[in-house]
Design a binder for this molecule. Sequence first.
Ligand SMILES: O=C(O)CCC(=O)C(=O)O
Length: 279
Amino acid sequence: MAANLDLSTVKLRRHYQDRFDNDPALITRHYSEVRGADFESLLSGRILAIRALDFFSPTIAYKAAEQIAVCSELSYYSNAAMIAKVGLAYFETIDGELSKREYFERAATFQKQVDAFFYPDSSPAERMRAFLDRSWPFGCRVLRNNIGNEFFYGLLRIFKGSEAITHVDRIEWDDHTINQPLAQIALNTYIGIPDDGGELALWNFSPSKEFYESAGKAYGIDESLLQRAPDLTIAPSIGELIVFDSRRLHAVRKGVGTRITCSCFALLFDSKGPLYIYS
Ligand SMILES: O=C(O)CCC(=O)C(=O)O
């Protein structure tokens, strides 16, 4: 029995090594083989991203994608009208578009709504939380505000031929009441992939607030001012999870067709403490 297991693991590893380049900035593994040391490499800036393959069943993803694409609960960001979503982003509370009170009042309803698309299986949001809890030695908790309300996590985002411009996500830049985290990572599970394009572009560059504001455009920056190509461009496959440092510049390229993700962030406040998940 043990011999069979070993053999299949070796086969899996070969399969993935054949499928993906061994880029030093990237760790690519079957999701069951991702470990705490990989997160340490990411959180300390030694690598740009972790690809966790076969994280989610493509069959469940296809079924959910069909429902999500026609769902009547879609809303749009005021500063990124081409990206539809189900759920709430805490980011939306910074300019008063959504009040913090409303965010916390609606969080549980949206949490259930995201789960419902995947019922009876566990949603990618739930899987991401459990995955962080298992993989990071100090576990994962849901972020809470100062009066104990849980944040929502697992925003569903629908890109129909649209892009996400080059930007960073840093909660402490958006909300000064939050303690400065040591690190912030973004997690995205890919539920729908466009026929062409829709790549995730990553730069090994974490801009200062001054640079970010001076190059500012909508919710990100004018990429032409960077004068630098991305250090890593990933074409995600359906069902995989990509985890990257959200304080470094990143973008989603335009695609042909529909791209659907389930996304969240995790914060680290103490190198020997838990990760805190939220969207
Ligand atoms: O959808 C992706 O691949 C990345 C989305 C993104 O920009 C983010 O999570 O901040």
